[in-house]
Design a protein around this ligand. Sequence first.
Ligand code: NI
Length: 190
Amino acid sequence: MAVLPIYVAPHPVLKKPAAPVAAVTDDIRALIKDMFETMYATRGIGLAAPQVGQSLRILVMDVEQTGDRAEDHEAPPVPGKPIAVINPEIVWTSDELNTYEEGCLSIPGQYAEVERPEKVRVKYLDENGQAQEMEADGLLATCVQHEIDHLDGVLFVDHLSTLKRDMLLRKLKKWARENADDIKESYILP
Ligand code: NI
């Protein structure tokens, strides 16, 4: 098990559509374990494989974790309902929309409101290769759509106006420049 470095926007691996997983092997399960460990270590509620440099259609989520999620505290989050999702396909979305303030481990420190369908139904394979279907609403619906976007090379800033997106990406660049020495163990900069 290992905490993996996070690829930061606009790294090309984040813009590339990820490949479907051909077979759910022990190697895939090992990657999923590392992704969970990385997600909890970085206080994220979701993580997609391209964010750790693997261009594969895999994501992990846990929107029900508890404990102190602030980065400057030592106590690790307590897993709530970890879900591993392989080769997801959105099969239904509600007409009703919902707005959440979103962030992203690949766009550290930047947040913006994004509007998405309030509910979605998603077909996927679990870590045992079994077909599953989930109906998600609330934060889970936003999270799964945000993570599936990652598999298609789309970031939450791509849902914003060009002006807003450019502003956030400029702030991100400044953050990366100013912190390059401190963050080189944890992040892969573009
Ligand atoms: Ni993200």
